[in-house]
Design a protein around this ligand. Structure first.
Ligand code: AMP
Length: 274
């Protein structure tokens, strides 16, 4: 596994993979912010299983997607463990650029995906999706044509990236991967480590709330009132899976939820069909 920290070497390494490969096999790109857990590992597994010529993981804590009230310095950094996990799951290349490498000058050019970013995570995290779209656009340009693997765990983010890739004609196949959960249903997240024992127990009710909403929808009821976790609810919504607007008569919908346990804000979602 090659660990690379400059854009020039990253481009060269992936280009070499493309040109050496007789089948012209694609590159599998897995963008992350590090603090890797089994959720990230499942994306690396998916990229390895798809027969990509290179399984290229990026680890970069992107300052652009953190709000003023969100503590960038508190974000967990566990590089040695991350490299071990990436290698164990079949990564062939890992990109670990510094902030100066990614942003050598203030970014005057940013990417905004309208409409999809207005609701849900949008209002509580102003500028967040611009930061995500901008860094992912840079990562796509650096990697070149590829398949890119993202988790459904961050469903709104997945929709935003899919739309950006389509609108801007990136030669990238965006692949959504299912959410990996703890045995009690809590979605794995790098933020779970901030929960104390009592909050950790209550955090499992976020997934229970999604399941209650799903059961309500399946029996023909409004799912939203049933989505009541034992946590401070930020939003609960039942939306069209593509537009993220509240559903009307669709038979397949996405349930979205965000809740706070002490200072820790968690999100989750679930697809349901009736
Ligand atoms: P992050 O490092 O938080 O930016 O996440 C990197 C990628 O891992 C994103 O595509 C996330 O959606 C994905 N991811 C995070 N948690 C999970 C999970 N529990 N299951 C599946 N994918 C996940």
């Amino acid at each position: 596994m090659q660990v690379i920290d400059t854009i020039t070497e990253w481009r060269q390494a992936l280009l070499q993979c493309r040109t050496q490969c007789k089948s012209g096999g694609p590159i599998g790109l897995v963008p992350t912010m590090g603090a890797l857990h089994a959720g990230h590992a499942s994306l690396i597994d998916a990229a390895a299983k798809d027969g990509n010529e290179a399984v290229a993981v990026t680890i970069f804590v992107n300052p652009l997607q953190f709000g003023h009230n969100e503590d960038l310095s508190r974000y967990p950094r566990t590089l040695d463990d991350d490299l071990a996990l990436a290698e164990a799951h079949g990564a062939t290349h890992v990109f670990t650029p510094s902030q100066d490498e990614m942003y050598p000058r203030p970014a005057l050019t940013t990417v905004t995906v309208r409409d999809l970013t207005v609701d849900w995570e949008g209002p509580t995290r102003p500028g967040h999706f611009d930061g995500v779209a901008t860094v992912v656009a840079k990562l796509f340009n650096q990697a070149g044509p590829c398949r890119a693997y993202f988790g459904e765990k961050d469903y709104q983010q997945l929709c935003v990236i899919r739309r950006m890739a389509a609108d801007l004609e990136f030669p990238v196949d965006v692949i959504g991967c299912p959410t990996v959960r703890e045995p009690d249903g809590l979605a794995l997240s790098s933020r779970n480590r901030f929960l104390d024992a009592e909050q950790r127990t209550r955090a499992a009710t976020i997934y229970k709330a999604l399941q209650a909403g799903a059961a309500a929808f399946e029996r023909g009821d409004d799912p939203v009132p049933c989505m009541t976790p034992d946590a401070e609810l930020i939003y609960a919504a039942a939306v069209d899976p593509d537009t993220l607007q509240p559903y009307t008569s669709q038979s397949t919908i996405r349930l979205l939820i965000a809740a706070r346990l002490g200072p820790t804000r968690l999100i989750d979602n679930l697809e349901v069909t009736r």
